[in-house]
Design a protein around this ligand. Structure first.
Ligand SMILES: Nc1nc2c(ncn2[C@@H]2O[C@H](COP(=O)(O)OP(=O)(O)OP(=O)(O)O)[C@@H](O)[C@H]2O)c(=O)[nH]1
Ligand SMILES: [Mg+2]
Ligand SMILES: [Zn+2]
Length: 322
């Protein structure tokens, strides 16, 4: 049978929609496991390029996953493995909201720390809603730190033209908590009709309206809508990569290199936090990320000869709620 290559544009219950040329095929994986893919939560994600064979009218079997240029992954706490959210993107758009659900900078920090080999753009939606002063300050801080940011409203259309400038001719994925307005934004940008819903006022957390990822295109815009997540846990233990989410730390010198900026003596970052040159909330956010690495490597902190106190704090901490 003739082997073809295609792009996964949708994946739902192990059935993948593969686009190849003008055609689309509903495909399963041939055999039990995809060759060369082990220890991952999901073998394929939207954005993956695959080789497949056509087995029937608009049907096929996936043989191989082609090499990825990058992937955006998160640690899946239930599966205890890395889950690929999306692959081969030019940028990850971390969508947050000014309010309803509340703005959560620590979520943004985790998205940035998780992303390897792919740029993260911070998008604030619902800018038609009033934002708490401290949240507005935190949002603006990202711009000051050198991250690309934009504030828009899917509801009023404010700044959507600017967003189009940022994402046109790129393949991007909208990632974020449930209810921040990812699907509403995509509908506004592409004229699509992705399902959207009121967010649950009872929990102020959103409802997970979108339940699978989908790649869509109109003209020069290519956007992947993803289901809302409650939390992002960093899927790797690369300290340098994590500290890329905290570029302001780089300005300070530490006795140790690398330094976790935790219990080490003569740590310039800790001094800068004490002197309020680094925002305490940013430092806390960083600490929570490092503590969370114990989920991936159970002795991460002790192995790095760090103090017991931090390990205990990590164990007590309610991860879901921060
Ligand atoms: N005020 C305001 N409401 C918005 C805006 N954008 C979206 N919403 C509302 O927010 C709610 C959630 O929007 P969705 O697009 O379903 O959110 P989502 O991020 O796709 O959520 P999941 O699919 O669950 O991840 C809907 O009631 C939208 O009408 C906005 O810019 N301003
Ligand atoms: Mg949605
Ligand atoms: Zn340090």
């Amino acid at each position: 049978m003739e082997e073809r290559t295609g792009l996964i544009i949708r994946g739902i219950n192990n059935i993948y929609t593969v686009e190849s040329g003008e055609e689309q095929y509903l495909c399963r994986i041939k055999g039990k496991q995809l060759e060369g893919v082990e220890g991952e939560y999901n073998p394929l994600a939207v954005g993956d390029r695959v080789s497949f064979v056509v087995t029937g009218t608009e049907e096929g079997l996936i043989l191989r996953r082609l090499q990825r240029t990058n992937s955006f992954q998160r640690w899946n706490t239930k599966g205890k493995a890395n889950q690929t959210v999306v692959a081969n993107m030019d940028a990850i758009i971390c969508v947050t909201s000014a309010a309803n659900p509340p703005f959560r900078p620590r979520f943004i920090d985790r998205v940035i720390a998780s992303a390897i080999d792919v740029e993260v753009i911070i998008l604030l939606n619902k800018c038609d809603l009033e934002m708490k002063e401290e949240d507005a300050f935190r949002f603006e801080h990202y711009g000051a730190l050198g991250f690309q940011t934009a504030a828009v409203s899917a509801e009023t259309g404010e700044n959507l033209d600017r967003l189009v400038q940022i994402i046109r001719d790129k393949k991007v994925a909208f990632v974020g908590q449930s209810g921040v307005g990812k699907s509403t934004l995509i509908n506004a940008l592409l004229g699509s009709d992705q399902k959207t819903d009121e967010i649950s006022t009872k929990y102020d957390r959103g409802r997970h309206t979108t339940n699978h990822s989908l790649l869509m295109r109109t003209g020069n815009l290519t956007i992947v809508d993803t289901p809302g997540v409650r939390e992002i846990f960093v899927p790797h233990t690369d300290l340098q990569q994590i500290q890329r989410a905290f570029p302001e730390f780089k300005r300070y010198r530490c006795l140790y290199d690398p330094c976790l900026h935790m219990e080490e003596p003569e740590c310039g970052v800790k001094v800068a936090v004490e002197e309020e040159e680094i925002l305490f909330d940013r430092y806390e956010s960083y600490l929570r990320i490092v503590e969370s690495l114990e989920m991936i490597t159970p002795d991460y902190l002790s192995r790095n000869e760090r103090s017991e106190a931090w390990i205990e704090r990590g164990a007590e901490y309610d991860w879901e709620e921060s």
